[in-house]
Design a protein around this ligand. Structure first.
Ligand code: ADP
Length: 286
């Protein structure tokens, strides 16, 4: 269990990236959803012991993350947002290198592990290729392979599907979904569908604060029968924004569809809409 309590962080330039963030996260896939600049990476880097907070505590299975950094690192697998690779090293060589660094010194044990990892992330046939020649999706899958070395109990993946094409994204998410349910996996993303597809527990973060917390079904239940939609002209959107609690407006077949939040039937041509995670997301980050 990962317990984050009252975490705050202000950078030297005065930006307050985290404001009293508290989250209890159990085993399974946890989605941390928020727009760019919400504070996701600041939170992920702090949990990964790569930067300090100004105040607050983090504990993971009895480890005090702020003071027992080495202990936490032994049990952590981390795929950072910017995952640089050595361009002229093969995936196989690099995994051997990282495994040695993580203390797996027995040659045959390490060989077996590297082979199993390459198969798991579907890169075995590309194992001798230089990492510099990998596509974005292959790099991210390699990133997962390196994060899995050493049987981590806590895995953090920061914006892993940003920049991947749809097929690569699907392949990557399928891979993530196969990682054990008996460890904590935190997926930080601004892509609502990633959370929709993968996570059984989630939080929405905006402006450095946790603004929603729960499981997707529970959050959806609170929005049931309260989302109403209407097709409007593009130049009408601003007026609806003043008159109603506008959740989102999106183009569909060249027309504008707006969703509003209302406890009761708003009339005026609105029809009740099945609430989605996207509605909850946009209602909370505005
Ligand atoms: P996210 O990962 O959700 O995009 P970040 O944690 O990267 O959010 O950023 C949160 C806020 O903190 C942003 O306003 C960002 O510009 C700022 N920020 C992030 N890192 C630094 C830094 N090292 N120095 C100053 N400001 C930073």
């Amino acid at each position: 269990m990962l317990q984050i309590s009252n975490l705050s962080k202000t950078y030297p330039n005065g930006v307050q990236a985290l404001k009293d963030v508290s989250l209890d996260i159990s085993n399974g896939m946890f989605g941390l959803l928020g727009p760019n600049g919400a504070g996701k990476s600041s939170l992920m880097r702090t949990i990964a012991t790569l930067q300090d907070a100004d105040s607050g505590t983090i504990t993971f299975n009895g480890i005090d993350v702020m003071t027992q950094k080495q202990e936490l690192r032994k049990t952590l697998g981390y795929l950072p947002q910017e995952f640089g690779v050595y361009p002229k090293v093969s995936a196989e060589e690099m995994l051997h290198y990282i495994a040695r660094l993580k203390g797996i010194s027995n040659d045959s044990e390490r060989k077996e592990l590297v082979k199993a990892l390459l198969e798991q992330v579907n890169l075995y046939n590309h194992r001798t290729k230089y990492l510099g020649g990998y596509s974005g999706g292959m790099k991210q899958r390699f990133g997962i392979a390196q994060a899995l070395i050493g049987n981590p109990q806590l895995i953090i993946v920061d914006e892993p599907t940003a920049g991947l094409d749809p097929a690569e994204r699907l392949r990557f998410n399928n891979l993530l979904s196969e990682i054990g349910e008996n460890i904590v996996v935190i997926l930080s993303t601004h892509i609502v569908d990633d959370v929709n597809e993968l996570c059984n527990d989630m939080a929405i973060i905006a402006g450095g604060r946790v603004v929603q917390r729960g499981n997707p079904e529970g959050l959806l239940a609170t929005f049931q029968n309260k989302i109403w939609s209407k097709r409007v002209a593009k130049d009408e959107v601003a007026r609806y924004q003043t008159d109603y609690k506008l959740v989102l407006s999106k183009l569909s077949g060249g027309k504008m569809i707006i969703h509003i939040f209302s406890e009761t039937d708003p009339g005026n041509g609105f029809a009740m809409e099945q609430a989605t995670l996207e509605d909850i997301y946009f209602a909370n980050i505005a």
